[in-house]
Design a protein around this ligand. Sequence first.
Ligand code: MN
Length: 502
Amino acid sequence: MDNQSKYEIWFVTGSQHLYGEETLKQVDTNSAEIVKGLNEGKKLPVQVIFTPVVKTPTEILEVCIKASASTNCIGLITWMHTFSPAKMWIGGLKALTKPCMHLHTQFYRDLPWDSIDMDYMNLHQSAHGDREYGYINARMRKNRRVVVGHWQEETVQDQIAVWCRSAIGWADSQGLKVARFGDNMREVAVTEGDKVEAQIKFGWQISAYSPGDLICYMENVTGKEVDRLYEEYESLYQVADNCRPGGVFHNNVRVQARYEMGMKHFLEAGNFKAFTTNFENLTGLDQLPGLASQRLMAAGYGFGAEGDWKQAALLRVVKTISSGLNGGSSFMEDYTYHLDPKNEAVLGAHMLEVCPTISASKPRLEVHPLGIGGKDAPARLVFESATGNGMNVTLIDMGNRFRFIANTLEVIEPLEQMPKLPVASAFWKTHPTHAKGAAAWIYAGGTHHSAFTLALTPEYIETFADFADVEFVVIDNNTNLDSFKKELRWNEIYYMLANGLK
Ligand code: MN
């Protein structure tokens, strides 16, 4: 993944001149200590930068304009230590284009029972100062995350960290370039969508190329580069005997190594962070890029099969948000079910393209013929997913808006071995139950494709959706199908009217 160390979150404390210089100095000192505590807590994936207390509409506007213009600042944490009359914030909040979190905390955790007097009360006013600030955010229909609790508490810092990670994803999303090799799979509906709207909402720049554009890059890959890559495969994977030098499929592996290197050069030259392929658009290519796509996903690129640019960009966002966390993330497809009523589960996989970051053990490198597409037998990595809690998340185009759908799940060990399955897979139980989870997903219009992650919870995606002001629905252990269907209906009305309220 790219170096994200340049990113900053600015900590902005609101007040006013009413309190006098002494008090305001104390506010600054306390804020600086909170910033220091947040940075030293080591929970946050990004540096928090202290900014001096703002006391006037001009100071507020200035810091919001500076934050919006800064290439390093990816969001604001705001806090009203004292009372900051919120009309002062209108201009600033109107100008602010970066994510904004509201930290509802207080400098001291406990009341000083023996010594508390009105001076103490007048310095520690966030209990009502933050309510005044909350009102103007609500009045201006500002999407924001409100985190409540003492700033030293681990659970509070964990919540701030979730928001910071989502803000990193949002920063990466702005100008995220997606290369599409070929178009969508013909006649498929759910992989289509409004690319102009995606650029307006998420910042994604989505452009199509023909496989011929790639082939130039592939032809320029030297035999030495292929040799080097093959050696890397030998060191990372269990390479099947017939794929080794002299084996009947060795050349098929070398073809994929050439694809991988050519695609990487293409993506780097254009600064692309995600890509799609389509087995219907392979003119000039002997194989569908399988191993190549898997390896590029593992390197941090978003990927979507069959031209699915929405999942490609979404997977890149998921990989960016989860960078540094435990658990991998992959392009995924609900493939086949195990429908034993006592043990219903989903076998997720794809034709080839599942990311090895989710693998439970050393992947096997194998070559098998592909049942569809009429091309050469492609090399691919075969493995089973690590177990544990995870999530499928998808993005669909509803015509008048985008909708994120997240469904929590638990990956379990397959009930038996699958010796003839020639692809990577994950076996999971959908929350809350197979019947309710799958029904909710289908009522919501969820894709067969998703970004599958063992690293994130729905909260990250909800936060990201808030930044974009886009619909988000979650299917988890608390989901009641009747309420969920009503939520979808109510959201329909909300999103029809919401733009008129702003
Ligand atoms: Mn597919």
